[in-house]
Design a protein around this ligand. Structure first.
Ligand code: ADP
Ligand code: MG
Length: 504
């Protein structure tokens, strides 16, 4: 049997399997590489090719190359239409990528993969989590459990350390930042807080270099390349900026040779210059870290270590800024690129053990990692209410940082006594946050309400959140008894129309 953890990254995907000694190991892909670029190229506009081949073969046809689609996961928008008219969404791309990863594992172990643990950023909204589950399902893999990426890295670390301590997981990858505070005590691993940015990662640092090069190029040659007319220039520039950034993690200066429309410019970039061009990104990441510590009701002196996860933590400025902020020297005791998928594979072993499966690898039973993991919600979920002045706000029922799985209930009154219908709009956001600043994730409609000539808290709203962080919502009229339960329908995307809200 194979016990698999899959970390489908914004820029690179990684897979780990438990070995016969009970430890996670990275699964090399069919090329022999430990990581697969999360890139798809449609050869001739129709045949999908994944990973390093996609990058190489798609070089001349940037219009058929798709990357960073994890950021759009769960969106109904089509990103590519092939020659036969078939349209692909980000979820469709993710399915193609997971199918490729599945084939890598099967080629290596000569065994079919039909179950695995998958990871997602902690701040992933529910419809994105659902899209990951759907993409895996469509690729023929049942998601045994969905684990937050920083939690997975924390599991790998806690299982390696085997002692009681509190630590920060700082995960800065290609597209997202996750910061979680965890506590390991005996076999219990508890997430104390989690926060992050859905759009903050290595790609944003690359973009700053790209902008600098375009500006310098225009200054030196008098020609400003545009995405519309110079697609190839930007394709090459993305690659060069990525390399330059990685050089700057080792060296204090590097050069980019840029050519477009028969003109050429050599742009020199120093590490100092790069750090000042990106200082706001780093400040944002540090702000998240401070917030995570505060939300755990801790101060830095309560914390024992900071573990660095994700390729972007190799930037020296990230490490030194975190050390300055915390007075703790952060470390990479587990390889930053691998910690997440290691923890996912370990979690898979734990889930199989919970299901009573004996885990046999290479003909013998492997020791199961012993841990009980307590996860928390990454955002608040409430419903839309009108305040005294009529302004629409979020009344939080499940607050950010609640341990999951859990069920929470609250009661609301109708806006008008003679209402016969109530719409309960489910909002993601903070307590009291204005409606327009929240994300609307679903709606329950209760109809045929008997009129009661007094104001009472007759509408009961219950949110049940499962171990994967997915919500089931129930609305009940305590007077008439009508009850409606929904699993939020993520297939529609989250940009729901704003119906007339006349309730709760
Ligand atoms: P994800 O899981 O989001 O795909 P990874 O954790 O695999 O991301 O990290 C990929 C990111 O790490 C890329 O943006 C890449 O440029 C960056 N990266 C990798 N190595 C280095 C390095 N030495 N210096 C700076 N950034 C790096
Ligand atoms: Mg990652």
């Amino acid at each position: 049997m194979i016990v698999i953890g899959m970390d489908v990254g914004t820029t690179r995907s990684k897979v780990a399997a438990m070995d016969e000694t009970g430890r996670p190991q990275i699964v090399l892909n069919r090329r022999g590489d430990p990581f697969t670029p999360s890139v798809i190229y449609f050869e001739d506009g129709r045949t999908p090719i994944v990973g390093a081949e996609a990058l190489a073969e798609g070089f001349l046809h940037p219009e058929y190359v798709h990357s960073c689609f994890k950021r759009a996961l769960g969106s109904p928008d089509g990103l590519h239409t092939d020659a036969s008219g078939k349209s692909y969404t980000a979820t469709g791309f993710t399915q193609i990528l997971i199918t490729d990863l599945k084939q890598d594992v099967e080629a290596r172990f000569n065994e079919e993969v039909d179950e695995a643990v998958f990871t997602v950023p902690a701040n992933f909204q529910d419809h994105k989590k659902q899209a990951m589950i759907d993409a895996a399902g469509a690729a023929g893999i049942k998601v045994v459990k969905l684990v937050h990426e920083p939690t997975a890295a924390g599991i790998a670390y806690a299982l390696q350390k085997k002692r009681d301590f509190r630590f920060v997981v700082f995960d800065l990858g290609g597209g997202t930042l996750d910061v979680s505070i965890l506590e390991a005590a005996g076999s219990e691993i508890t997430v104390l807080s989690t926060t992050g940015r859905e759009k903050l990662g290595g790609e944003d640092f690359n973009a700053r270099i790209e902008r600098l090069v375009v500006e310098q190029f225009a200054k030196e040659t008098g020609y400003e390349p545009t995405v519309e007319s110079d697609a190839m220039f930007f394709q090459e520039l993305a690659d060069k900026a990525e390399r330059a950034k990685i050089h700057l993690s080792q060296k204090t200066a590097t050069k980019i040779v840029a050519g477009c429309q028969g003109r050429q410019a050599i742009v020199e970039i120093t590490r100092d210059q790069f750090e000042s061009l990106t200082s706001d990104l780093l400040q944002d990441a540090l702000g998240c870290t401070t917030q995570a510590v505060e939300e755990a009701s801790l101060s830095w002196t309560d914390l024992d270590s900071i573990i660095l996860v994700g390729g972007s933590v190799r930037m020296p400025a990230v490490q030194s800024a975190l050390a300055d902020l915390s007075s703790i020297v952060p470390h990479c005791d587990i390889e930053p690129d691998r910690a997440v998928c290691y923890g996912a594979a370990q979690m898979c072993a734990m889930e199989f053990a919970k299901q009573g499966k004996a885990i046999m690898i290479g003909g013998r039973a492997i020791p199961t990692p012993q841990a009980f993991v307590q996860e928390v919600t990454a955002y608040g979920v409430g419903c839309c209410v009108a305040d005294k002045d009529g302004a629409l706000r979020n009344a939080v029922i499940l607050s950010k940082g609640t341990s999951i799985p859990t069920t929470k209930t609250d009661r609301f009154s109708l806006l008008h006594e003679d209402q016969t219908e109530a719409r309960i709009e489910i909002l993601q956001g903070g307590e009291g946050q204005a409606y327009d600043e929240c994300l609307s994730i679903g709606e329950i409609v209760l109809t045929n309400l008997p009129v009661e000539h007094k104001k009472s808290k007759r509408i009961e709203v219950t949110y049940a959140i499962d171990a994967n962080g997915m919500i089931r919502a129930t609305g009940k009229d305590l007077v008439g008894g009508e009850q409606v339960e929904i699993r939020i329908d993520y297939s529609k995307g989250t940009t729901s129309s704003k119906p007339g809200r006349d309730a709760a």
